[in-house]
Write a protein that binds this ligand. Structure first.
Ligand code: PLP
Length: 388
């Protein structure tokens, strides 16, 4: 994205200051419903409920400002804001499948996307096949005459495998299949799937977009026709809409999106290189390291690489992993990522080290590099690695 476009979107686009008391910051329109002076005016609003505020589940002026910014950030015609990323992904998937249809998804998508595809949709007669997304041809091979949708996440947020988005979108086009890509990892600053031919882009706005660990929200962006279809059915019936106040907080987070993502990416590169050179570290998963198996694709497809990475420790046992994690002073142990604060999440918190069947190694640690001083973070990692 052009830097000038990016700063215009983040600082001005969609903000009608005349309509907001000339306030520099658009007001929070914390109102559930909107009144009209005449039947004719009400009738007009009822016929255009998604553009004129009637009821806040459909349209709200504060949410509308953020919608315009999010659509522009993803080079999309329109976007919807949801009360969580999971709601955005669910609505985006449900809107385009019906009983008897088939979905092809990349293996290891976000955990609740996986749950939707394996536990909920089969109850309504929608089946899903999971494929290794590192070879685009696997999507073609898994396609049947009933395939309606490809679900992508490039990279994923634990081991960071990529899909060649342009190639997969090309295969989808040949077969009239819709594509949805979770772009939370990169944010629109570092990757725009729509430019590569993807139809729908989903985000957990909880992560980089909001960026302050104080709001849970989600985004779905795409063509005006596709977004209207989602709005008229899933968005309004499932009703997972954001509060005006959360939308306003998201807007405030967006002001610094470019600064935050670049700071996080700068620091992440230093941390990744430090870890890779450390004798206690076995393998670092971060797409912009030359050692990453899909480094070439990552460089082609992403402008930069975000602050989330994972690595395996040279640990004799799970107690050594725990010593490392418990010794860190500057990383909070928590789920999520994309905020100001650096985080770690060890798979040891969820996998059973004795169960041989687990796909996840117990010595894997996910690290999110936030906005703190990177040298302090590296020193902290260094002292904790000495305890492994
Ligand atoms: C967090 C996350 C989600 C889910 O978003 P919520 O806002 O937590 O509902 C989806 N995809 C990815 C990659 C995520 O990191």
């Amino acid at each position: 994205m052009d830097a000038d476009d990016l700063s215009f979107i983040l600082n001005h686009l969609g903000e009608d200051r005349e309509a907001g008391f000339r306030a520099v910051v658009p007001p929070v329109v914390q109102s559930g419903n909107f009144a009209y002076p005449t039947v004719a005016a009400l009738r007009q609003a009822m016929h255009n409920e998604f553009d004129l505020p009637v009821y806040t589940r459909g349209a709200n002026p504060t949410v509308a400002v953020v919608r315009r910014k999010l659509a522009a950030l993803e080079h999309a015609e329109d976007a919807l804001l949801f009360s969580s990323g999971s709601a955005a992904i669910t609505a985006g998937i449900m809107a385009f499948v019906r009983a008897g249809d088939h979905v092809v998804s990349v293996r290891k998508p976000y955990s609740w996307t996986h749950k939707l595809l394996t536990a909920l949709l089969p109850r309504y007669g929608v089946e899903c096949t999971f494929v290794d997304g590192s070879d685009a041809a696997n999507f073609r091979d898994a396609t049947t005459p009933r395939t309606r949708l490809f679900v992508l996440e490039s990279p994923n947020s634990l081991t960071f495998e990529l899909q060649d988005l342009r190639a997969v979108a090309g295969i989808a086009r040949e077969h009239g299949i819709i594509t949805l890509c979770d772009n939370s990892y990169s944010s629109p600053v570092f990757q725009n799937p729509i430019d590569l031919g993807i139809d729908l882009v989903a985000h957990s706005g909880t992560k980089y977009l909001n960026g302050h660990s104080d709001v849970v929200c989600g985004v779905l962006a795409g063509s005006a026709a596709n977004i209207r279809q989602v709005m008229e059915r899933e968005f309004m019936t499932l009703g997972a809409v954001p509060s005006p106040h959360d939308a306003w907080l998201l807007m405030r987070g967006l002001r610094t999106l470019e600064l935050r993502t670049n700071r996080s990416a700068d620091s992440a590169e230093r941390v990744a290189r430090f870890l890779e050179a450390h004798p206690k570290v076995r393998q670092v998963n971060w797409p912009f390291l030359e050692s990453f198996p899909q480094y070439g694709l990552a460089k082609r497809q992403m402008r930069r690489c975000g602050g989330l990475m994972s690595f395996r420790l040279h640990a004799a046992d799970i107690a050594a992993v725990e010593r490392f994690c418990n010794s860190l002073q500057r990383f909070l142990m928590a789920v999520s990522w994309g905020g100001h604060e650096s985080l770690l999440f060890p798979t040891a918190a969820v996998v059973d080290p004795d169960a041989q069947t687990s796909e996840l190694p117990w010595d894997l640690v996910r690290l999110y590099v936030g906005l703190e001083d990177p040298e302090t973070l590296i020193q902290d990692l260094d002292q904790a690695l000495a305890r492994v």
